[in-house]
Design a protein around this ligand. Structure first.
Ligand SMILES: Cc1ncc(COP(=O)(O)O)c(C=O)c1O
Length: 424
């Protein structure tokens, strides 16, 4: 299946592309569904072919128009990974995609490929605990520093100020998680990309400031950061994209030069997934839109229920943003849906949060999110345990906060379970 119908120039919608784009059944015995290419290596038809494939894979020569790089070895390329990557790139309206063995593999490989000793990353806060660990503990051992800027309406301004403080020429990446895990705080992506453009003025384009956006919570169905100027879109595909809590994977999509540079590092570091994970991800993409929309619908109903509950102090969820507020205007401008992650706070800190968490029967007490089953967890003591609690408080993550990922169970069962858990 091609990216466009032959009768028109119009590109197919991503939901349609997810069912066939990049796959030619005639090359697989007519199978409607792609087989799993469980092979470590690929046979060349001639030695000249093998030489040419390596020249392209190692960037020793430019690809000719209409030339497809040949398959070599599954650490370099594999049909199951490539089909998924092409469909993800199409969904994000970007030039290129790459799949990884985890979300953290996607983030760390991207940062290792793009950052050099002396560089500074300006990152929003909070970010997922593993990302925080990478920025706080691992990158500094390589001479790469970071500064945290609290996620919110004035993040772009905060980044511009932080750049002036550390020396604008040292800034190489603006890293944004929006909505933030776990607080759901949103950042104006277009303004951040604008700061990156200003900081890049006069620089060699190869050293421009990269805007990287972790789009795990809403993308690609409800948010497409490349439309707002992001160079790199990052996902934990373990979450909505995989969607069934049965695999661990990551993806990046973005501009050809940026994703190409990351691809070289992936090949050498070996941070790709195996072909079966690629196949599972491709299968899951077929239902991504329908799953995310249904989960968001249930989450919207549960967020309202929480908002009206006397034991709940605060609920952080997009549909509850105040009408007429700048936060709501940003959400409407940037996103096409609410997603299904709710952060809510109960009075009584950790003790009360634990009491509620231990009562759930349908919601499972487990970290992760975006799967078909509903999950609840306590960010301060679990996913974000590495970040000191006083610092988390400044990022808006309190000891009474519970993060909830709403799945596909019947809404009435979820509603009953939530009321039961909140009860005495
Ligand atoms: C927003 C976000 N980014 C990245 C990651 C890391 O992904 P993975 O667990 O697939 O390595 C997570 C995991 O929870 C996450 O929530």
């Amino acid at each position: 299946m091609d990216r466009h119908h032959s009768s028109t120039d119009r590109e197919f919608n991503p939901e349609t592309l997810a069912l066939g784009y990049g796959y030619d059944p005639s090359r697989s015995e007519g199978a409607v569904k792609p087989p799993v290419f469980l092979t470590s290596t690929f046979q060349f038809e001639s030695a000249a072919d093998g030489k040419r494939f390596f020249e392209l894979a190692y960037g020793l020569d430019q690809r000719r128009p209409d030339e497809t790089p040949g398959l070599i070895y599954s650490r370099i390329n594999n049909p199951n990974l490539q089909m998924f990557e092409e469909r993800m790139a199409a969904w994000d309206r970007t030039a290129k995609g790459l799949v990884f063995s985890s979300g953290m593999a996607a983030i760390s490989t991207s940062m290792l490929a793009l950052l050099r000793p002396g560089d500074v990353v300006l990152s929003t806060a909070p970010v997922y605990g593993g990302t925080h660990y990478l920025l706080e503990h691992i990158l500094p051992t390589l001479g790469i520093e970071y500064r945290a800027i609290v996620a919110g309406l004035d993040t772009a301004e905060g980044m511009a100020k932080a750049a002036a403080e550390v020396g604008a020429e040292r800034v190489r990446m603006l890293y944004v998680e929006s909505p933030a895990n776990p607080s759901n705080a949103m950042v104006d992506l277009a303004s951040v990309a604008e700061v990156a453009n200003q900081l890049s003025e006069g620089r060699d384009p190869a050293r421009r400031v990269i805007t990287a956006v972790d789009n795990t919570f809403l993308g690609p169905v409800f948010q497409r950061p490349a439309d707002f100027g992001a160079d790199l879109v990052i996902y934990s595909a373990t979450k909505f994209i995989g969607g069934h809590s049965d695999l661990v994977a990551g993806v990046v999509t973005g501009a050809e030069d940026v994703v190409g540079a990351i691809g070289v590092y992936r090949t050498i570091l070996g941070t790709m997934p195996n072909p079966f994970v690629g196949w599972l991800l491709q299968r899951s993409l077929e239902t991504l839109s329908i799953r995310m929309r249904r989960q968001a619908k249930s989450a919207t109903a549960l967020a309202e229920l929480l908002n009206d509950h006397p034991r709940v102090r605060a609920v952080h969820f997009p549909t509850l943003l105040e009408e007429g507020s700048p936060e709501r205007a940003l959400w409407k401008r940037q996103c096409t849906g609410s997603g299904s992650l709710i952060a809510f706070e109960v009075d009584g800190g950790e003790e009360e949060a634990f009491r509620v968490l231990d009562r759930f029967e349908v919601f499972r007490l487990a970290v992760s999110l975006g799967g078909t089953e509903s999950l609840v967890e306590h960010p301060m003591s679990m996913t974000h345990a590495d970040v000191p609690p006083p610092l988390l408080e400044t990022f808006g993550v309190t000891s009474g906060m519970i993060r909830m990922s709403v799945g596909l169970e019947h809404l009435s069962d979820l509603r009953r379970d939530l009321l039961w858990a909140l009860d005495d």
